[in-house]
Design a protein around this ligand. Structure first.
Ligand SMILES: [Fe+2]
Length: 399
């Protein structure tokens, strides 16, 4: 049987132990609390369920899940909630798996379904009785300038007790309709040989939110999983197998790492801080062509997600965003981006509307100035991961 190796099965067995189960792992306590939404059954034959937007304008949803077995699990069935005689539709999943050093992933399924706006659907994974578990999501309203919508925002989550508190806090607020996630999901790379079994724990960990509402994700440094010493030379390999995004909606140089969506009254551009962004690179060319496509009469809100912050007054990761800022900031100002969300610094910080576009090294004008056309920059990397908070705001290091 191709599938989970022994240690993965142990982990999944651990996850199946029960509700509100806490386990000590190398000084990190992982608590998995049950959700009221999980009343359906305790079958964990399907794992790591998450959804994301499946096309540019929000009429499609990508449903992803992992199983230890390939057979009889390729389908997802869905129907309209509340309909008297609901017609059941089937979506066929594309299946992928990967090896990472001595780890073999389960079968990772991605099924895209295209439906109507503003409708709640129930979905069920697998075929026949492979899962009786029922999950629901609501498609977004049709894109338009006066469409209210509420996003949640998390960065640098991990899987600690603090991460759990962040998730529980978010789940306790019924207003959030979709999650904007700015990067650093599982922190599997914190463990020896980037223990990919940690991804199998992280998947169920976020299910109570991510199976029910789309997570719009940017990749962080902990998604890189790049270790040439053990022949793991493909950056973002585990991440790109597990998290699919709607980048194919574009006939352009978009990629699974940089893409855009429209949702309600917002246009959201997702950038990759750890992919090339210099002049003539695919990401640079894509972004250059992307801004003219934004129609503010249709989507007045223009939001960018990226990973390392451009404006950061913390000691940690100070100026790491400088080169990307030099490349793209003038476009952000010209196109009046409303907000830029970043993570990486495990803290919270919010800027005024400032820009540094006048600085050109020789003119000495290196201090950012107020600029009503500039975005507000928000760092939201305090998701609770294993590395702890970034609490050094002293500037003595820089004098
Ligand atoms: Fe981080």
């Amino acid at each position: 049987m191709k599938g989970f190796n022994e240690s993965n099965n142990e982990r999944l067995g651990m996850l199946r132990k029960g509700e509100n189960d806490c386990h000590e792992h190398e000084k990190v306590t992982v608590c998995l609390s049950s959700s009221p939404k999980e009343e359906e059954n305790n079958s964990k034959s399907q794992e790591s369920v998450h959804i994301t937007q499946g096309d540019h304008a929000g009429q499609s949803v990508i449903v992803s899940w992992v199983t230890p077995l390939e057979s009889k699990s390729k389908f997802e069935t869905y129907w309209k909630a509340g309909a008297k005689h609901h017609h059941k539709h089937k979506a066929h999943a594309k299946i992928t798996s990967y090896k990472y050093y001595n780890y073999i992933s389960g079968y990772i399924h991605h099924a895209t379904i295209k439906r109507q706006y503003n409708v709640t659907y129930i979905y069920q994974l697998g075929e026949h009785n492979s899962s009786r578990r029922l999950i629901s999501f609501t498609t977004p309203p049709k894109v338009g300038p006066d469409v209210p919508y509420t996003f949640g925002i998390i960065g640098d989550l991990g899987q600690t007790f603090d991460s759990n508190q962040i998730l529980e806090h978010y789940l306790s607020n019924p207003k959030g309709q979709a999650m904007l996630f700015v990067g650093d999901l599982s922190y599997a790379d914190h463990y020896p040989l980037h223990d990919n079994g940690r991804w199998d724990i992280f998947g169920p960990y976020i299910e109570n939110s991510a199976a029910y509402q789309p997570w719009i994700i940017a990749a962080g440094n902990h998604e890189l999983d790049f270790i040439p010493e053990i022949d793991e030379n493909i950056p973002f390999k585990p991440y790109m197998h597990r998290f699919h995004v709607p980048f194919k909606a574009f006939k352009s140089t978009s990629s699974p790492l940089w893409y855009s969506i429209k949702r309600a009254s917002a246009y959201i551009i997702v950038l990759s801080s750890y992919s090339a962004y210099g002049k003539y690179t695919p990401q640079y060319s894509w972004l250059e062509q992307e801004f003219p496509k934004v129609n503010r009469a249709e989507t007045p809100w223009l939001i960018v997600l990226l990973y390392f912050p451009w404006y950061n007054s913390n000691y940690y990761h100070y100026m790491e965003g400088e080169s990307m800022k030099v490349m793209f900031e003038s476009w952000f100002v010209q196109n009046k981006v409303d907000m830029v969300f970043a993570g990486h610094v495990h803290s919270y910080e919010r800027s005024e509307r400032v820009s540094n576009v006048k600085y050109n090294i020789t003119n000495g004008m290196s201090t950012p100035t107020e600029d009503p056309s500039a975005p507000i920059y928000i760092t939201i990397g305090d998701g609770g991961n294993i590395e702890g908070i970034a609490d050094r705001l002293d500037f003595s290091f820089n004098m």
